[in-house]
Design a protein around this ligand. Structure first.
Ligand SMILES: Nc1ncnc2c1ncn2[C@@H]1O[C@H](COP(=O)(O)OP(=O)(O)O)[C@@H](O)[C@H]1O
Ligand SMILES: [Mg+2]
Length: 233
């Protein structure tokens, strides 16, 4: 965890299509709509988050994009990844097939780590390995309370959904939200927006974010209540 004033949320899952970019872009759009100065850091060489920002209408609050996957070899990491002054929120989108060992530093510096999972048997099986990997290789302890899972593209009352719920309970990692499978996410992403910025969005979908936003608020409070050290102190 960092001691600066930027609250950093990393979104990870080695499985492609689980909803990392959807979660990252919607969270960045939510924060910016709350007048919080936000940067989206895109580590995926497919550049989906970067492309989303490039489509963002001028009428929407600005989001800085750092296409981290483009880092030139002759430039230092800290310089290249530097957010603009007064940035309050950093949302980190990561690639599928993530190498946890290589991403360890970013995980250590994150104040919250979100793992979106699809409720299918294959994805549940894969995420079990991935979670074990980030806990062991990423040296993240469950009791730090900064890792949480989100079920994405859920059609409630399906059998696999219950299996996912049971599995997460057994891991002792909080299962904080379920996002519905809805065209709203696809429509919003096509125009560089989040669902919060779309007209006539279903209240159910907005509400489904509330437990996730509350959990992130709590992580942010935990971070601000810790003593802050500066390099000179
Ligand atoms: N809750 C959802 N409802 C409908 N479509 C979704 C939802 N979440 C993601 N998608 C769609 O699924 C595809 C994969 O999601 P994406 O966020 O790109 O996954 P990842 O970044 O993990 O590879 C995208 O086309 C996205 O628009
Ligand atoms: Mg992606």
């Amino acid at each position: 965890m960092t001691t600066d004033s930027i609250f950093r949320v990393a979104i990870v899952n080695s499985k492609g299509g689980s909803g990392k970019t959807t979660l990252a872009t919607n969270l960045a759009s939510y924060y910016s709509s709350q007048q919080l100065k936000t940067v989206l850091i895109d580590y995926d060489s497919q550049g989906s988050s970067s492309f989303w920002v490039s489509r963002r209408p001028e009428s929407c609050p600005d989001i800085q994009i750092i296409s981290a996957y483009k880092q030139p070899t002759n430039v230092t990491r800290n310089w290249f990844l530097r957010p603009e002054r007064a940035t309050q929120r950093a949302v980190i989108d990561s690639p599928s097939g993530l190498d946890v060992a290589q991403f360890k530093q970013t995980l250590l510096e994150s104040d919250a780590i979100l793992i979106p999972v699809l409720p299918s048997s294959i994805d549940i099986h894969a995420v079990a390995h991935f979670i074990a990997d980030i806990l062991l290789q990423g040296k993240i302890r469950r009791d730090e309370g900064r890792v949480a899972v989100i079920a994405n593209r859920v059609r409630k009352n399906t059998l696999v959904y219950h299996r996912l719920e049971q599995f997460l309970n057994s891991l002792g990692i909080p299962f904080i939200a379920s996002l519905r499978d809805t065209q709203q996410y696809i429509k919003a992403s096509e125009v560089g927006k989040g669902i919060f910025e779309m007209p006539r969005v279903d209240a159910k979908d907005v509400d489904s974010w509330q437990p996730l936003l509350n959990w992130l608020d709590q992580c942010e409070k935990n971070k601000s209540s810790k003593p802050q050290f500066s390099i000179n102190s």
